[in-house]
Design a protein around this ligand. Structure first.
Ligand SMILES: Nc1ncnc2c1ncn2[C@@H]1O[C@H](COP(=O)(O)OP(=O)(O)OP(=O)(O)O)[C@@H](O)[C@H]1O
Ligand SMILES: [Mg+2]
Length: 497
């Protein structure tokens, strides 16, 4: 019972994460750098100033109309006066107002443009930091519908991004425009209008202010709606992010092995997947993989071979037992460092929609094209890549029909080898193992090869035969054949096939 509870706890924390961090960042701007904060403050001031200056346009417009009106009125009242002197005066005034108008328009343009660009720039960076910080465990992906995480990252984070970029700038400018409009002596003007005592300038000003105020309100409504969506999306994201992942690759804690050798040991390891809590996929499995040697894991489909690989990479947590690297408990190691030591070729490699060159380059951040080509050669991929019409620049996506499954895997092998890892995990990529073994000067490392086809692992230093989650035999090929046990049976079946 006690052990059942322990298993439940282990499964639960993989899906829901560790207890929420009380000091988790709960504000969007805590994901901004000091530089972003400066940009946000400048954009904020510019947006407010841009809004505040807006109603001045109506005042200048009113003054312009007023000047024209006064001029015409004077001409009508005194038709005998010198027409040129009055017209020159009116012209000067009109010129002055036109210049004010141009200056004002230029100032508003610069302010609003600066605010918009600043909010976009900072918002984009904040949203990117937020997306980067959103890590989920593999168990989380198992437990949620495939679209759930994509929707969180695409839809919710896009709401947030939209809110803190364009909508915030619009809302601030519109808000700053509105009170200015409200501050204009509108009630007094209305009285003038009703009593017929208003000047043309006042009537024009008030008309434009009313229109601007109305436009301001119309612009605030959708922006406010977007800001509400931002707050609600952000609160969901923060709630989820407060729960820490037990397998956070960016967690700086954890040990690093200084005198690294690469000896791996599984001691009585059991595994239950979160999605199937009743099925024990690995049952007290124990075996060792020695540094500089090749260990093969063989067995029928579904016997738990890939699951051992998943545990070594710490994609999942074992429900019992220990995994050690050079005698150190793997969960106590720094996860990023641990994964940095391992090159993994998964059974079904996933290729992002990009060029082959980029795809291989994912293996190592800083490398040149010679290193990429030599990794592709080691993975036996260079020749088929060169035969493609665009060579290394050919785009290969997840659903690419241009290359075969085996070729896809060889690209994945190239990517794994580019890093020149200390430990190489090949899950059903054994053709690579053969070609690697035949290469002279090939770096000695800990090789672990999962294989269905037994012919590919004959030369392995140790072969572990797994059967329904248990290791049933463990020896070299010759010893296993001599023993006439399960391995021999599997060989017979495959030979018949
Ligand atoms: N993420 C998962 N959630 C639930 N069950 C899983 C998960 N991954 C694997 N399993 C189950 O665990 C068992 C062992 O799977 P595993 O992938 O380790 O088999 P395998 O030995 O690699 O088989 P194959 O040779 O077909 O690749 C299978 O019964 C499988 O259905
Ligand atoms: Mg497998």
């Amino acid at each position: 019972m006690d052990s059942d509870d322990r298993v439940k706890r282990i499964l639960n924390r993989q899906v829901h994460g560790l207890a929420p961090d009380p000091f988790a960042r709960k504000s969007l701007y805590s994901y901004s750098t000091p530089r972003d904060k400066v940009i946000i403050v400048i954009s904020f001031i510019c947006a407010i100033l841009g809004g505040v200056l807006n109603p001045l346009i109506s005042v200048i417009y009113g003054q312009t109309v007023g000047t024209l009106g006064t001029h015409h009125q004077a001409r009508a009242d005194c038709p005998d006066s010198d027409p040129d002197s009055g017209t020159a005066d009116a012209r000067r005034q009109l010129l002055r107002f036109t210049l004010y108008w141009i200056y004002l328009a230029a100032a508003i343009f610069v302010l609003i443009y600066t605010a918009a660009v600043g909010f976009y720039y900072a918002g984009e960076r904040v949203a990117r930091a937020l997306r980067n910080a959103y890590h989920r465990t593999w168990a989380f992906f198992d437990a949620h519908a495939p679209g759930a995480v994509a929707s969180r990252i695409m839809s919710d984070m896009t709401h947030v991004q939209e809110g803190i970029t364009s909508k915030l700038a619009i809302a601030l400018t519109a808000l700053a425009t509105k009170p200015e409009g409200a501050l204009s002596p509108r009630p007094v003007h209305c009285v003038f209008l009703v009593q017929g005592g208003a000047s043309i300038a006042q009537i024009s000003t008030i008309a434009i202010v009313v229109v601007m105020g109305a436009f301001g309100i119309v612009r605030i409504a959708p922006a406010a709606q977007a800001l509400v969506a931002t707050v609600s999306s952000a609160s969901v994201i923060f709630r989820e992010m407060a729960r820490r992942s037990p397998q956070d690759p960016f967690d700086p804690s954890g040990a690093v092995i200084e005198d690294f050798k690469g000896n791996i040991e599984l001691r009585g390891v059991s595994l239950v997947y979160t999605k199937r809590p009743d099925a024990q996929v690995m049952k007290e499995v124990s075996f060792s993989c020695h540094a500089m040697k090749t260990t093969a894991i063989v067995g029928t489909s579904g016997s738990g071979k890939s699951s051992s690989v998943n545990l070594l990479e710490r994609f999942y947590e074992p429900t019992k037992g220990k995994l050690c690297l050079d005698g150190v408990d793997i969960p106590t190691l720094n996860l990023r460092w641990l994964r940095g030591q391992i090159g993994l070729v998964r059974q079904q490699p996933i290729l992002f929609d990009t060029t082959i060159y980029e795809k291989i380059r994912y293996g190592r951040l800083y490398c040149d094209s010679d290193q990429i080509i030599s990794a592709a050669k080691m993975a036996n991929a260079h020749d088929f890549i060169m035969a493609l019409p665009d060579g290394y620049q050919t785009r290969v996506g997840e659903n690419s029909t241009q290359i075969s499954g085996g070729q896809k895997q060889r690209i994945a092998i190239g990517r794994a080898l580019l890093r020149d890892p200390e430990i190489l995990l090949l899950d059903e990529a054994t053709s690579a193992l053969e070609s690697l073994a035949s290469q002279s000067g090939q770096k000695k490392r800990t090789n672990i090869a999962v294989a269905h086809r037994l012919s590919t692992v004959r030369k392995a230093d140790l072969i572990c035969v797994v059967e329904r989650g248990r290791v049933v035999e463990m020896a070299t090929h010759e010893e296993l054949v001599r023993g006439r046990g399960r391995y021999w049976e599997l060989l017979e079946i495959q030979d018949l096939q």
